[in-house]
Design a protein around this ligand. Structure first.
Ligand code: SAH
Ligand code: SF4
Length: 411
């Protein structure tokens, strides 16, 4: 949706995270499972009896304390710290740019080093502070193999999957920059939740299709929700998919996070165009997978994303069909004003049309939040965008992105 990328080498192949080389050429411990870390201790010559204990210590330093340097880890002997430092890294990616909007939204442009024969890639991560929560939007791939016609990312070829380290590093960098680790200061004037953690929720809604990078996404999210580390509740993690039906049940069973579906159309003919993966997995199959999503209940609803495209999918008849289709599925509907980009063929629906649509869906018992204060700003931007999308102010762009990302997962 929102991210930029380096397309110089579309042929770069995904690599296994355990073989990842970082900028300084050393493999990273970030993103390794505990078992992989035990193996890394063995390689570093740690006696077998001590390995598990060392892994627990390092895990704590990395994911509770937010350490990015072995030198901090003073519960570990200096000798071992030096041995580990010689072989491995726990460093962060380069922050190329940090943007901060008036409403507190932040966006980081991160540069990840080459993988294998590839080149460095750049990925954006976005933070949205709201009343009582802070949501981080994370990318899973650089580019996307799918070609949804309204999505900017869909015009960009897949460069490669992000590794578990790279997915997780987006969260670690955000927490670094927000002072969201023990004994760290939050930057002066930063807009963050008044109490508790600054990053309370994660949405896998950045660039890419997370279910086409299942293993790395799973690994990263299991580390993000590990109770002895980053400890984010799985109810506060939402994974958004365009509808990779065969991986949906596994997402519930093996990762256990909240699910969002990029629906956008209620008839197969239209969805085949807007979200072409529909040709492979049509609506009926997609909705059946939602109906049986492991753990789905009224307390754990599925979010259906619906981008409002003028004259395309925004009629009252569409709203009626939406309500009919979702019958029996514990659901929330997130109406997203279309965010135009240079060269896109669509326009954002009028504000009144969005309201009429939302009112109908609401009256039929589905929460379909449009965040009014931000939404109105955004609509103003949306109107201007027809002829001026390239000149859209950075803050407008951020506000639009915030609209898509906010309000997901438990409070
Ligand atoms: N690939 C996954 C994750 C990306 S989520 C998926 O498609 O679900 C990003 C969300 O923003 C998706 O619901 C996507 O359909 C939506 N989106 C993409 N481009 C958009 C645009 N120009 N305006 C509004 N929403 C858009
Ligand atoms: Fe964009 Fe998601 Fe479609 Fe990929 S699957 S093109 S990221 S909307």
């Amino acid at each position: 949706m929102t991210v930029t990328l380096d397309l110089k080498d579309p042929s770069a192949r995904p690599v296994r995270p355990s073989a990842v080389q970082t900028l300084d050429g050393k493999p990273t411990l970030i993103g390794m499972s505990r078992d992989e870390m035990v193996a890394a201790m063995a390689e570093a010559g740690v006696p077998e009896k001590q390995r598990k204990m060392r892994v627990n210590q390092i895990w704590h330093w990395l994911y509770v304390r937010g350490s990015s340097d072995f030198a901090d880890m003073h519960t570990i002997s200096r000798d071992l710290r030096e041995t580990l430092d010689a072989r491995y890294t726990v460093g962060r990616p380069e922050i190329v740019e940090e943007q901060i909007s008036d409403d507190g939204t932040r966006k980081w442009l991160l540069r990840f080093p080459p993988r294998g024969a590839g080149r460095p890639v750049e990925v954006e991560t976005v933070y949205i502070p709201e009343e009582g929560r802070g949501t981080l939007c994370i990318s899973s791939q650089v580019g996307c193999t799918l070609t949804c016609t309204f999505c900017h990312t869909g015009t960009q070829k897949l460069v490669r999957n992000l590794t578990a380290e790279e997915i997780l590093s987006q969260l670690l960098v955000a927490r670094d920059r927000l002072g969201d680790f023990p004994h760290r200061d939050t930057p002066q004037g930063a807009i963050v939740p008044a109490e508790g953690r600054k990053v309370t929720n994660i949405v896998m809604m950045g660039m890419g299709e997370p279910l086409y990078n299942f293993d790395n996404v799973k690994k990263a999210l299991l580390i993000a929700s590990d109770g002895d580390g980053l400890a984010l509740s799985r109810r506060r993690i939402t994974l958004s998919t365009s509808g990779v039906v065969p991986e949906i049940a596994r997402t519930g069973e093996e990762i256990g996070v909240m699910l969002a579906i990029s629906l956008h159309a209620v008839r197969d003919e239209l969805r085949d165009v807007l979200v072409p993966i529909n040709k492979k997995y049509p609506l009926q199959q997609l909705l059946d997978a939602c109906r049986t999503y492991p753990g789905v209940s009224n307390a754990r609803r599925i979010t259906f994303e619906y981008v409002m495209l003028k004259g395309v999918n925004d009629s009252l008849a569409d709203a009626k069909e939406l309500v009919r289709l979702l019958k029996g599925i514990p659901a929330k509907i997130n109406l997203i004003p279309f965010n135009p980009w240079p060269g896109s063929d669509y326009e954002c629906s009028d504000w009144e049309t969005i309201e009429t649509f939302a009112d109908f869906v609401n009256a039929n018992g589905y929460a379909s939040p449009i965040r009014t204060p931000r939404g109105r700003d955004i609509l103003a931007a949306c109107g201007q965008l027809k002829s001026e999308s390239e000149r859209m102010r950075k803050t407008d762009r951020l506000a639009l992105e915030a609209m898509m990302i906010s309000g997901h997962g438990a409070d």
